[in-house]
Design a protein around this ligand. Sequence first.
Ligand code: F6P
Length: 546
Amino acid sequence: MQTVTPLTPLNHRPSWKALKAHHEQIGTKHLREFFADDPARGERYTAEAEGIFLDYSKNRIDDQTLKLLVQLAKESGLRERTEAMFLGEKINITEGRAVLHVALRAPKSESIVVDGEDVVPAVHAVLDKMSEFAERVRSGVWTGHTGKRIRNVVNIGIGGSDLGPVMAYEALKHYSQRDLTFRFVSNVDGSDFAEAVHDLDAAETLFLVASKTFTTQETMTNAHSAREWALAQFGGDEKAIAKHFVAISTNTKEVAKFGIDIENMFGFWDWVGGRYSMDSAIGLSTMVAIGPENFRAMLAGFHAMDVHFRTAPLEQNLPVLMGLLSVWYTDFFDAQTVAILPYEQYLKRFPAYLQQLTMESNGKHVTLDGTHVATQTGPIYWGEPGTNGQHSFYQLIHQGTRLIPCDFIGFYKTLNPVGRHHDMLMANVFAQAEALAFGKTAEAVKAEGVAEALIPHKVFEGNRPSNTILAECVSPAMLGKLVALYEHVVFTQGVIWSIDSFDQWGVELGKVLATRILGELESGEEPAGAHDSSTNRLIQRYRKNK
Ligand code: F6P
């Protein structure tokens, strides 16, 4: 790893100090006052790009906050770092890699050079290969070992090789080829695999083994089980594998070792992070589901947001604004989480997808120069679609003691116009954001004739911030824009915190220990008890009872 010249700690930057002083002045100001002082803020604190409208007026900010946050972005070198990413510089310094998910959606006419080679033609070559394959499966030209048409596609992967594909499949189901069944296996828990295939015929099933490294324990275990399951139905005929298994990976050697024909491998590159890979070959299941044309529309959506992020003024830049606002709450209000609340059933896996994107990226405790961070970093992202969440955890957001900034996501149009459902759904978006911001005072409760003793219980303090994002409807292009929006939110946050948003060393220790413990669980001899007393006892107990 290259040595990094010591960076100015975040809390020593002039804009940070100014923000601290500013927070002391306005930190407790209520959103009711913000709106009373500036009745037009609902019109002013908005931004729009690529069909995505952001209302950020229900945040605890004023013009000065915005000015200082933008200054912080400038002092932290956001523009320079963004350019470095787009130009293919090796900004993932701990792994010595470029960070080029933006190249995955670059048009053919662009050129992005890494280590002296333009990567854009290679990206398009893989896309063309994927398109050809997807068409063959969708049309029935690709048949299985017995000549039967493929009816089931099972993606085997985990983390970025699963969450993106599942989320995109669910999000774009409306656009999918309905005579194909899609399943996703990720967990090393055998129940995941067993349930995914229990009603499938191997002769009609195609497995997409998706793993950047092709060494991930869970994925390789599931892939081997799939191989055995298929071979059992094909009477052990190894020739069947080529027709029923394809690989998506950067590791040709391991793919060949598994027995998958290299012809049936779809590649990508080490400059694509796992959690940034749903628009690479990792998206093959998405492409088979929605077709190459829709997949390319999704890529165009991603690209449109990339261009916006790279070129729009910071003050009107959607990812920059959202990234800065989350830094404001994380570091000055001690907010520990961000709730993602899509009012769109098709986006039901979007919060889960964002968990990996945000937390694997920005859950870091040291800055690029290896010193301990001076402030809090990555907040916990979580959420569920509305209106379901309203009937489970919203109570805490409204009346609990924690500050939880929320992102509401809603659409003007539904893909399934059923009676009044959509207006009802959207009424809830606006109502929730309004209730969180303005609450209900004791006076208002009293005026309703509520008994004295009950009044405190019925008070809503309000002053709970939220963003509201509105867009046309769920479509491939819109999904691309939304994912790219959050990718660049994460990038913005990471630049402010001066962390490497593109490594994930924090997942390693558990993997190493699990490998060691597995041996102890399976050993014929009593293990030496080389762990702490808690772990030793748990291992003993499991061995006795399994
Ligand atoms: O959890 C760590 C991780 O490396 C993720 O970053 C990645 O998305 C996932 O594992 C799967 O990795 P692979 O695609 O190499 O199987």
